[in-house]
Design a protein. Structure first.
Ligand code: UT7
Length: 335
């Protein structure tokens, strides 16, 4: 599914917010648990530390705090919000965690639902929400990316446990009859390569009665072929962004910021190189938070907006990529 908006109705971006848990887990501390080192993790990934949710925190609690901050920045009356989409792969309720955020916010007029597309989830959710707004169905939407991967990491697997952390980010999007600030987008899925990164269900078989069996629900831990995911990212992400540039008549010189899913600093640098972005334009906060899945893009976005790096009308090329495999790109004008 892809589209470049030529309609009269567009969207504008009104606010951002984020939240990270207080607990900090450093590389030094991880190397007490598995056979690794700060030097190995920093040089191979760019990550120094990550945040870990406490036992009383969960995806909707973190998502609520991020959404609240975004709504405050937008100066919206809570009652005027029509739509809440929560991108997450680690819901605290498999029936949906977005309704819990809706209730905490008191956003009584909003329909709220979850969307799962792993690390592409936030981008896919922004594009999904924008379609409702551009179609004229709704006026105001809050899109949240919140993930608690620490609950599903195998903390004995040094090949994956070093990468992930917890957090949430959100943005407030509004329909407008003026300039469309979602300039263009592309979304892709390749289920054939899905086995490179999974968080599969793990079922126990049992009998309900003598001749009726069933599987009880549950999940395993994250299974990742790091090298294959790395190769996928450095090949597909530059291609999808270059394609979008071609369709929208943009190039790296016309773009203020490259905002990629924060997976690995080497991926960010390689994609930036291939697209001719100077390093100052590549946004990164990986060092502090690691890979927070659906939360990385809004977490980085909010940080750059609040420290006044990203300014009104700046053009951002953004791309999410990960499990599915799924990936996508969008060109956004902030404001
Ligand atoms: O949202 C998407 C999520 N996933 C990703 O973004 C993953 C993308 N992939 C990556 O970021 C990288 O592939 C990793 C950081 C996961 C791994 O880096 P790499 O440079 O691809 O390492 P490797 O898997 O090729 O392993 C090289 C060596 C191996 O040892 P041998 O076989 O050469 O003796 C590993 O056993 O490094 C070893 N190794 C480690 N050593 C110390 C793997 N993990 C560690 C570790 N500490 N944590």
């Amino acid at each position: 599914m892809e589209g470049i908006n030529l309609n009269q109705i567009g969207v504008s971006f009104k606010g951002s917010g984020s939240y990270v848990p207080n607990q900090i887990l450093t590389n030094e501390e991880i190397s007490k648990k598995v056979d690794t080192s700060d030097e190995w993790i920093s040089s191979r990934t760019g990550i120094s530390q990550r945040r870990i949710s406490g036992v009383s925190e969960n995806v909707s609690e973190m998502g609520f705090k991020a959404a609240f901050a975004a709504i405050e920045m937008a100066k919206w009356d809570i009652e005027t919000i029509d739509l809440i989409i929560l991108a997450t792969s680690t819901p605290n309720d498999l029936f949906g965690s977005a309704p819990c955020i809706q209730a905490k916010l008191g956003a009584n007029n909003a329909v709220a639902f979850d969307l799962t597309a792993a690390c592409s989830g936030f981008l896919f959710a922004v594009i999904t929400a924008s379609q409702f707004l551009k179609a004229g169905s709704y006026k105001r939407a809050v899109v949240i990316g919140s993930d608690q991967l620490s609950s599903y990491v195998d903390w004995n697997d040094r090949k994956s446990c070093i990468l992930f952390g917890d957090g949430a980010g959100a943005i407030a999007i509004e329909a407008t009859n003026e300039l469309d600030n979602l300039i263009g987008f592309t979304m892709r899925t390749d289920g054939q390569r899905g086995s490179f990164l999974n968080l599969p269900s793990q079922n126990n078989q049992d009998l309900i009665i003598d001749n009726i069996n069933y599987s009880s629900g549950g999940f395993s831990t994250i299974e990742m072929n790091g090298q294959e995911v790395y190769k996928f990212a450095v090949r597909e992400v530059p291609l999808i962004i270059a394609n979008l540039f071609k369709k929208t008549n943009f190039n790296s010189e016309k773009i203020n910021w490259l905002l990629l899913h924060q997976a690995n600093q080497r991926i960010l640098d390689s994609v930036g190189d291939r697209l001719n972005f100077s390093s100052e334009k590549i946004l990164s906060n990986l060092s502090n938070y690691g890979n927070t899945s659906a939360a990385t893009i809004p977490l980085m976005l909010d940080e750059a907006i609040r420290n006044k790096k990203i300014k009104e009308n700046d053009i951002i090329a953004t791309s999410g990529f990960g499990a599915g495999l799924s990936w996508g790109a969008a060109l956004i004008r902030w404001g």
